[in-house]
Design a binder for this molecule. Structure first.
Ligand SMILES: [Zn+2]
Length: 102
């Protein structure tokens, strides 16, 4: 019997990527999905920004799933936020603007 198929009996999340630690969804998958949504929002608002640069900037400016959600939602509603530097933007977005200008 192959040990690879049993994974020592460890349950995996639905995506099969992470050990399942909670019953309601996989926090790591949500965390990565929130990162992707934020990077996608940057790509839509500013196609000229390199995806890897955007990804690194999101990681540095928003370490949590909720903060990444804030960036994705705010950029969807305010596509020019990264250009105008909107002073009224939420904290994670202001940090993102700072990262992209660095
Ligand atoms: Zn997962």
């Amino acid at each position: 019997m192959s040990g690879l198929t049993r994974e020592l009996g460890t349950l995996r999340c639905k995506a099969g990527l992470h050990p399942q630690v909670v019953a309601s969804g996989c926090a790591l998958c949500n965390w990565e999905r929130a990162l992707q949504l934020a990077v996608d929002a940057i790509a839509v608002a500013h196609p000229g920004i390199d995806a890897q640069v955007a990804c690194a900037a999101v990681i540095r400016s928003a370490s949590t799933t909720p903060n990444r959600g804030v960036i994705a939602r705010y950029l969807a509603a305010h596509p020019l936020a990264l250009v105008s530097g909107e002073s009224g933007a939420p904290g994670p977005v202001r940090r993102l603007i700072g990262e992209l200008r660095a």
